[in-house]
Design a protein around this ligand. Sequence first.
Ligand code: ZN
Ligand code: ZN
Length: 412
Amino acid sequence: MSQYLFKNFQLLEPQFDDVRDGYELLIEGTQIRELADKPIKSPSAIKIDCAGGTLMPGLIDSHVHVFLSEVYLPNLEKIPLTLMTARSIGLMEGMLNRGFTSVRDTGGADWGIKEAVEKGNIAAPRLFIAGQAIGPTGGHSDSRRRTDYGMRCHCCNAMSFTMCVSDGVSEVRRAAREQMRQGADHVKIMMSGGVASPYDPLTSLQFSMEEASAAVEEANAFGRYVCAHAYTPEAITRAANAGVRTIEHGNLIDEAAAKLMASKGMFLVANLVAYYAMKERAAEFGMAADMIAKNDMVIEGALRSLEICKRAGVPVAYGSDLLGPLQVEQSREFRLRAEVVSPIEIIRSATSIGAKVLRMEDKLGTLRAGALADLLLVKGNPLKNLDLLQNQGRDLAIIMKNGQFFKNDLAR
Ligand code: ZN
Ligand code: ZN
């Protein structure tokens, strides 16, 4: 098994508040074998002199959609599954280039693409999938035109492939079970209106308490959990009371809803950059005016939601939720959060907290022994300059995933 011994770096281990000197790190195969604050003896290992750069765990984006390759989602009706898949390859390679070695897809990605990543058919981040995002008739997952009656088949275009409409306890139960049969790592449900869907008011309440509880019951029975799309305090509260584990977006959260989330050990997955990017550029990619109006309703709550969760003690994970060509802005989330959150907290959101969301805290988001060998070597200290994580990974000298170099500038 190949061994690599990393020397001469500053360690950025998210459990510490600052970088530390004097450490060495030994990789064996796909795992971190040893992290020590003294020299590690390993005669057979290939030595890597990191030239004083910062070694940190690979980044985790806890809210992406690798199959949603259009900004104006109804355009996906014209995209066959082959083209959807081909486009996702480029989108995922971009993520890996930016240092994201794990991503959590919250609607769309299926077991087939996950298998392709795991088998090494394509260069992409480790994928955690939801299968189809499940919502009620007329809700955020209902992609049909008003002139459509009845359901469309799910095998024809990218739009219907990624979404599932279900109503009532037994249909939601069946839909949740179906996603898990298809290999879902988590079950995604819609609890409030959304921005990128045409007909549902943003403040609408979507799944009922009974429907959400049915999804939770099935997910838990299968050893999975439910993540819920929700913007308003009412939708967040209903999701929390139904046993949902993570709230996606949560822009309009209030103190009471945040306290409830904290008391239940829940996570917020925020994604500010999606709203800023949509405000600036969605119109040029054909997004409809009523969707852009809904975007304006939530953008002003985004930074406030981080402050409310911080006060209430709700851990906030790093999300981007960018659609199609806007995905190049994935790392701008670091910059946006810096207005209200410290650099180490932002790094934790994209490492150790993301790993907890994935229930992989021993394996991801850390450089401790036993973790998977996902790491970055940054040319400088991101705690002093978060912009080192911008520019499509330009300042990342090494990107390693699962013990394999995706990028190694030092070797050049
Ligand atoms: Zn959503
Ligand atoms: Zn999303």
